[in-house]
Ligand binder design. Structure first.
Ligand code: GLU
Length: 298
């Protein structure tokens, strides 16, 4: 199946608005699956690490919900999908109340990241990394500083979003500190298998599949999966829900995190993107996998 879908990779383009991401080979495609029994199946280019980018928004949301609770989090960010691109600024001005529509668009994610507990940017990043280590069972996961720096130097639109939200009182504290944390979280580097293991925890209602330890409360895992369904695939989330039907979150690096409730986690990497920012090969591969094994939750 990977070979079949790899041919589609030439139909898309690698994201290059973060210059460092533009250097990746667009023909790569890989998938890892981790069942709740711990069985792992992998195919294609699964050894190539990639940065989480927007996939990190799910984990930052889970941590912020655990740190601050639903009331505080949903005071700064809404729960509704948007038909606009992930980095759009337009609704920030027109919505009432003036807060980002959901935690999966850039504005909402920046607001959520600002709520993670910790004294300094490094403390907060350290807590987020530790959470990622625990969920994936991989303590070697770290930030790709080159990619994070590349974003830091070019993120004019994200800076504009942050300044807008500061003006509206959605963000409190230093904008540069909040953005520094956001760029580093987007630069957390993983493999398909890491994502599959994280997906398995979400699929298992927040419990570690080996130890049974509750890594996040059940309701937090449910909130994450709900946002993955309604907003996880940018402004193609509805189409993805109909054709694939798996709670999933994609990132502009070409990664996709999937969680089939009570069955398995999936990690996909295919850096060639369609015009909405989703992996071309990754989405079509997931559609085939979902259809063949009847994974749609609907
Ligand atoms: N770091 C990226 C940005 O803020 C994440 C976007 C994405 O993966 O959708 O532009």
């Amino acid at each position: 199946m990977v070979e079949e879908h790899q041919m589609l990779c030439c139909e898309g383009e690698v994201a290059d608005y973060i210059p460092e991401l533009g250097k990746v080979d667009p023909s790569l495609l890989g998938v890892s699956v981790c069942t709740l029994d711990g069985e792992v199946v992998e195919a294609g280019d699964t050894s190539r690490p990639f940065t989480m980018q927007s996939i990190s928004k799910v984990l930052a949301l889970a941590l912020a919900l655990m740190d601050r609770g639903e009331d505080v989090v949903f005071d700064v960010v809404g729960m509704e999908p948007t038909g606009d691109p992930f980095n759009s600024i337009i609704k920030l001005e027109t919505m009432n109340p003036r807060k980002p529509l959901n935690p999966m668009i850039n504005a909402g994610a920046i607001a959520v990241t600002s709520l993670i507990n910790g004294q300094t940017v490094n403390d907060k990043l350290g807590r987020l990394l530790q959470f990622v280590h625990e969920l994936s069972g991989n303590t070697k996961i770290s930030v790709n500083e080159k990619v994070a720096r590349s974003e830091h130097e070019t993120a004019h639109l994200n800076r504009a979003l942050a300044h807008f939200m500061k003006e509206d009182g959605v963000l409190t504290g230093s904008i540069e500190d909040i953005l520094a944390l956001y760029f580093q979280q987007c630069g957390i580097e993983v493999t398909c298998l890491d994502l599959a293991r994280i997906g398995a925890v979400l699929a298992n209602e927040g419990k570690d599949i080996a130890s049974g330890r509750q890594m996040m409360p059940v309701h937090v895992a449910r909130i994450c999966k709900t946002f993955m369904v309604t907003c996880g695939m940018y402004n193609a989330s509805g189409e993805f829900a109909i054709h694939v039907g798996i709670p999933a979150k994609s990132g502009v690096s070409g990664g996709i995190l999937g969680a089939v409730p009570f069955q398995l986690g999936i990690g996909v990497f295919g850096p060639s993107l369609d015009e909405k920012g989703n992996s071309v090969g990754g989405v079509s591969l997931l559609e085939s996998i979902s259809k063949r094994w009847d994974f749609s939750i609907f």
